[in-house]
Design a protein around this ligand. Structure first.
Ligand code: GDP
Length: 520
């Protein structure tokens, strides 16, 4: 098979959601459909009590997360599907955001009983910022949830994206009859079990129990309104990230999952061209290239190795090939390459654009690094940095260890494990993260790799806003609105809370505050 065909077969995506919306359940059902696992319940160690057998990443093991499920791949309907995990709960970290730079589309799961929740908004913003196509699955239709129209309104208002319902639920909870699949002109009947019945809409009259059911009739009327007043489906707008196709169903039943996934694999984009600092590289560019979006450290002190996750962007990868690290020009042989499949670590022999490979990292890589083959050199665009939300003052327990402390801090920051800030003008170190796990990993690695015990003192959740250099006036700031510098020597203020931020804006309307995370 040629390179172009391999590219067209790939569908690389992530599932984003708020904890408990049903991401794990959905992932399991998709893996079942792909025949990758025999029984559900093996995705997250936490629930099945099974842990990966390797000693990889002790903290994650303690927490019961299987690292090997970071990337799952399987074949489905002739497509090669790659699902990238976006860790949530307390494991939410910058890696969760960075993973979104490595996918071509996203599935957003919303709990019908709760609507849009905080973590979904955060992850959604990153997708919107990057123009990633988003497919929505509204889950838990087997329970009494919010009205479908309400949910669509909320998506449009809160997330500022057009919605197009691909199907429409008939009833909910106890009265749930199934879905009208607008896209394929059929009624999918819910039988209260895994079996679904598909009835073409123009044959529905033959099924009196459905056609004459008042709930069904109401829904048909509702849909007619929708057809007249709602937005038109536009694949172009979907691919631009301006419209989201919405599916309803239940991951647990499962119901509507197959209809959703069949449509998703057909409509979701294959790997596309990617920007480099020099030019745009198409996936069928013949030479191999890719970038590192995540580095995972081993928490076992006996095994300090790390794994760098690389997204292949062009050409064909072959195990054992020599590649160049664009940042340094150094040649590296990619011998130990692993692909992560459900609960076993397999070695990859070859990979194509859209695929993710895990590379043994002796400490040479940084987040955002480009690896490539061939005569031409280029570097993929830098990965965006994501404003941290939690901040801690960090010091070495033993002042005699100042040198190792700085070295460790410097390296871990460079690796992208944590973000570093310095208070101004007092020069104390503050580290920032988007999730608690990042601090635990930081503390653990400082001790194990640099032999430094660090003390962390929380300065709480803060709202960061960047400032223009010429507008910095130290008199305006204090502990409440803390003035710090980032690694690029840019100034920012860590506001205590929303109230403090608004108060400041009110008092100093002339000071421009820059929100790096603003999308709309
Ligand atoms: P995650 O935190 O997003 O990965 O959510 P899980 O997949 O672990 O699901 C959270 C809870 O919701 C679990 O108890 C699931 O069994 C339940 N759940 C998931 N999907 C459905 C559904 O379609 N209907 C109902 N009633 N419960 C569901």
């Amino acid at each position: 098979m040629g390179l172009q065909e391999e590219v067209q077969k790939r569908k690389t995506f992530a599932i984003i959601s708020h904890p408990d919306a049903g991401k794990t359940t959905m992932t399991e059902k998709l893996l079942l459909q792909g025949n990758l696992i025999r029984s559900a319940g093996t995705v997250k160690g936490k629930k099945s009590g099974k842990f990966a057998t390797s000693d990889w990443m002790e903290i994650e093991k303690q927490r019961g997360i299987s690292v090997t499920s970071s990337v799952m791949n399987f074949e489905y309907e002739g497509f090669k599907v790659n699902i990238l995990d976006t860790p949530g709960h307390e494991d939410f970290s910058e890696d969760t955001y960075r993973t979104l730079t490595a996918v071509d589309s996203v599935v957003m799961i919303i709990d019908a009983t709760k609507g849009i929740e905080a973590q979904t908004i955060k992850l959604f913003k990153v997708c919107k910022m990057r123009g990633i196509p988003i497919f929505t699955f509204i889950n838990k239709l087997d329970r009494e949830g919010r009205e479908p129209l309400d949910l669509l309104d909320q998506i449009e208002e809160v997330l500022n994206i057009e919605t197009y319902p691909m199907n429409w639920p008939v009833g909910m909870g106890k009265r749930f009859l199934g879905i009208i699949d607008r896209y394929n002109h059929q009624f999918v009947k819910f039988n209260g079990n895994e079996e679904e019945t598909y009835i073409p809409l123009d044959e529905i009259e033959q099924y009196a129990d459905i056609a004459e059911n008042p709930t069904f009739q109401e829904t048909v009327e509702e849909m007619e309104l929708l057809n007249e007043a709602g937005d038109q489906f536009s694949i172009e707008r979907v691919l631009e990230g301006e419209q989201t196709p919405v599916f309803f169903g239940s991951a647990l039943a499962p119901f509507g999952v197959e209809v959703f996934f069949d449509t998703f694999v057909k409509l979701a984009p294959a790997p596309g061209p990617r920007r480099t600092k020099e030019r745009v590289i198409s996936p069928d560019y013949p030479d191999f290239s890719g970038f590192i979006f995540k580095i995972q450290a081993n928490m076992n002190p006996q095994h300090r190795d790390r794994i760098a996750f690389l997204r292949v962007c062009s050409g064909r990868f072959e195990r054992g090939m020599n590649v160049q690290l664009a940042r340094t020009g150094k040649t590296i042989r990619l011998g130990q390459t692993q692909q992560f499949v459900a609960s076993s670590r397999d070695t990859v022999e070859e990979a194509y654009p859209g695929d993710i490979i895990g590379i043994y990292d002796p400490g040479s890589y940084r987040i955002g690094d480009t690896l490539l083959d061939g005569k031409q050199t280029f570097e993929y665009d830098e990965l965006p940095s994501f404003p941290p939300e939690m901040f801690q003052r960090v010091t070495a327990k033993n002042v005699m260890k100042a040198k190792q402390f700085r070295k460790g801090l410097e390296q871990l920051v460079q690796e992208g494990a944590i973000q570093l800030f310095k208070t101004y003008p007092t020069d104390s170190f503050i580290i920032g993260a988007v999730g608690q796990l990042q601090y635990e990993v930081f503390q653990h690695r400082m001790k194990n790799e640099y032999n430094v015990e660090v003390m962390l003192e929380s300065v709480g959740e803060r709202i960061p806003r960047w400032l223009k250099k010429e507008q910095v006036d130290t008199k305006l700031f204090d502990e409440r609105n803390l003035l710090v510098k980032d690694r690029e020597e840019e100034f920012l203020v860590l506001f205590k809370n929303d109230f403090a931020l608004r108060w400041f804006i009110d008092k100093h309307p002339d000071v421009e505050l820059i929100d790096l995370f603003e999308v709309n």
